[in-house]
Design a protein around this ligand. Structure first.
Ligand SMILES: CC(C)(COP(=O)(O)OP(=O)(O)OC[C@H]1O[C@@H](n2cnc3c(N)ncnc32)[C@H](O)[C@@H]1OP(=O)(O)O)[C@@H](O)C(=O)NCCC(=O)NCCS
Length: 176
């Protein structure tokens, strides 16, 4: 299955990720600060980044869904990714549609993650008609917890993942 979402916000486009985004992914994921609340395991080779991309392209094929590249409209720059993933690993007990985001450090602090996350929620509920979108963040990851609450996801308990206490969020599709 190919995906072809047309997502545009005030300052951003979200478009499908491509194989030749590998250098952008490497810049993003080789920064230890980006991985501080993601298990502290930054990539060390571009092959690993190509593996990340391969998994995303497989999600597109298998589920018609997946993370999307965030492009800054005014400059055309790739600033990171955001969006939905059919997540089968994080909660052992059940599968769910996960909302996530990851930006290059140079673009933090401008509200881009919030803007892209709101657009992703709308896309999931209005275009894909998903019943529920969920998200997880380390409890000590202040900024991500602020974003998830700000965009309207409901705090729905905690769980442990990789020995880390995580907050769990969920939101039902208001259209259904
Ligand atoms: C988490 C991440 C996506 C945030 O991106 P961003 O574009 O900087 O986030 P935004 O600017 O949209 O929103 C950040 C919010 O946190 C607030 N904030 C930022 N730093 C803060 C701090 N140290 N303490 C408290 N609040 C803070 C901002 O003020 C903003 O809230 P506001 O809009 O109400 O003012 C980015 O830091 C990132 O990519 N980190 C690495 C990957 C990652 O951790 N992903 C999430 C895993 S759950």
């Amino acid at each position: 299955m190919e995906i072809n979402p047309k997502i545009e916000t005030k300052r951003l486009y979200l478009r499908p990720i491509k194989e030749d985004d590998d250098k952008e992914f490497f810049e993003l994921d080789s920064n230890p600060k980006v991985h501080e609340f993601l298990g502290n395991n930054p990539v060390t080779s571009i092959e690993e980044s190509r593996g990340y991309i391969k998994n995303i392209l497989q999600q597109y094929k298998d589920y018609g869904i997946g993370r999307l590249a965030i492009i800054k409209k005014d400059t055309g720059e790739f600033i990171g990714w955001c969006g939905l993933k059919f997540e089968r690993e994080v909660r052992k007990e059940f599968d769910y549609y996960d909302l996530g985001y990851r930006l290059k450090e140079a673009f933090w602090g401008h509200g881009y993650a919030t803007e892209a996350a709101i657009a992703s929620l709308h896309y999931g509920f209005n275009d894909l008609n998903l019943k529920e979108i969920c998200a997880a963040a380390y409890a000590r990851h202040t900024v991500s917890n602020i974003i998830l609450k700000k965009i309207g996801l409901k705090p729905s308990g905690t769980f442990t993942y990789d020995n880390e206490l995580c907050n769990w969020y969920a939101l039902q599709n208001p259209n259904l």
